[in-house]
Design a protein around this ligand. Structure first.
Ligand code: LLP
Length: 444
């Protein structure tokens, strides 16, 4: 089986064009930087659709599959429209994501609400929208959701989020399925939750179990362990309480290739291990195949994204590093400062030059930790050069801030030589839009 799009470092349409510049989606990146200014997020529609197709192909042999996109990775109205068009449902974790997905005309039955502290208003909104599933995270939420559903005379279809106790080898901030996690019911608390649902919470209908072990996962074994734990749990619950649970949600987590040394498995490898493990377990225990939910985020959107920056000032530390500052940094991509994440970049206006020197790409924000890429070999940089950082589609814009009172960057969708703005650049007026000066201050 071939490679899937998450195994590439650059968008699949990346090339050097006739002008000798980098291009993505048939658009010259230097032109895009001029037209839309920098920092600029770019999403390559071809790569995004390709990875969606990879997921659909990979799981096509399993009938009861429900593919959902974890919209926390990147949630804008154009992105949700494309991904819904590819036949995906959505995992949302806030009223904001829920609203965005609803507003893009997505079938609400294909939406699942996750999160460890959903508010009353958010749960109410989910029920009003007729959401497909709510993954209940803890005892407080079981009660809250039951109360809301009862008031509305509805029954909410739920999954129980559990912590399966699987340690995946990723950054500790993005591990979620280990035992000491803030997410989900501990395995030892499942029985108490089941008894409450069965005897007390009549407005909740338990459909399945949900786990998510972590993010940027490279080990296939994690998926095998997860399937085995969830199916064994379903069997235990059936034997002990005669409750039928027909759905398992395996979360997201598949990794992407940020650097040459990253080697994530393909979507096809993941599907094979999941489907084979389910088949083996179900045949062994003579039970029906469960309905499977998957909610990948990063592996869907990451590779399609690049960010463009313009080179500004430079500083050579005597006998030390050479810093080259760009016009963005931790406010548009907090991942290097938050997780020591590594990225690869090229110079869009001279990708063929070989007069390399080792530089550190620094951001423009007032913080020493605002370094985008440490010690990268790039052609000698000059003011005005356009730097293209790869694999920024996930958890960049979605985690962006206005730190130092800067405006959030624009986002452009490229395809076959066309470029369209899908998120406008914020303006200075946007920055003060929600400021209020109490009138008594004006009187002094
Ligand atoms: N489902 C659940 C319940 C999750 O918590 C997550 C991610 C996903 C699905 C999607 O995981 P993915 O396929 O994207 O790995 N900000 C961090 C990543 C945090 C991920 C949180 N949960 C980063 O920039 O690496």
């Amino acid at each position: 089986m071939g490679k899937s799009a998450n195994q590439y470092l650059k968008p699949l349409t990346t090339e050097i064009n006739a002008n000798g510049n980098l291009s993505v989606g048939g658009c010259d990146l230097v032109d895009l930087a001029k037209t839309y200014k920098t920092p600029l997020y770019i999403i390559d529609e071809f790569t995004l659709r390709e990875v969606c197709k990879n997921y659909k192909d990979a799981f096509s042999k399993y009938e009861k599959i429900n593919l959902m996109y974890a919209s926390k990775a990147l949630c804008t109205s154009a992105i949700t429209t494309i991904i819904a068009g590819e036949g995906f449902g959505f995992d949302v974790v806030s009223g904001g994501e829920l609203f965005t997905v609803y507003n893009s005309g997505v079938d609400m039955k294909r939406v699942l609400f996750n999160g460890n502290n959903k508010t009353y208003e958010e749960l109410e909104m989910a029920i009003n929208y007729g959401i497909g599933r709510i993954s209940v995270d803890n005892f407080s939420e079981l009660k809250l959701l039951n109360d809301i559903a009862k008031q509305k005379n509805k029954v909410a279809d739920i999954l129980l989020r559990i912590t399966p106790g699987i340690e995946c080898h990723t950054h500790e901030y993005i591990q979620t399925g280990h035992l000491d996690s803030k997410f989900g019911f501990d395995m030892s608390q499942i029985d108490e939750a089941l008894i409450l649902i069965k005897n007390k919470y009549k407005n909740l209908n338990l459909k399945g179990l949900h786990a998510h072990t972590g993010s940027q996962i490279f080990e296939l074994k994690v998926y095998q362990d997860e399937v085995e734990i969830l199916i064994k749990e379903i069997l235990r619950i059936k034997a002990k309480y005669d409750i039928d649970i027909s759905e398992i949600n395996l979360g997201g987590g598949l990794g992407v290739k940020y650097t040459d040394s990253d080697n994530p498995p393909s979507v096809f490898d993941v599907s094979e291990i999941i489907i084979n493990t389910i088949k083996n377990m179900c045949e062994k225990y003579n039970v029906d195949y469960p309905k499977i939910y998957l909610e990948p985020g990063r592996s869907i959107i990451s590779t399609s994204g690049v960010t463009l920056y313009t080179v500004g000032s430079q500083k050579q530390v005597p006998n030390g590093k050479k810093y080259v500052a760009v016009d963005g940094g931790m406010a548009d991509n907090p991942r290097p400062s938050l997780y020591q994440a590594e990225y690869v970049a090229q110079v869009a206006n001279k990708p063929n030059e070989r007069n390399y020197e080792k530089v550190t790409i620094a951001g423009r924000y007032c913080e020493s930790g605002d370094i985008l890429i440490k010690d990268i070999d790039l052609p000698k940089l000059e003011e005005g050069d356009v730097i293209c950082v790869y694999n920024t589609g996930s958890y960049n814009y979605s985690m962006a801030s206005n730190y130092n009172r800067t405006q959030k960057s624009a986002m452009v969708l490229v395809n076959s030589g066309l470029s369209d703005i899908i998120v406008n650049r914020e303006t200075l007026d946007d920055l003060i839009r929600y400021d209020v000066i109490p009138s008594r201050l004006k009187e002094c």
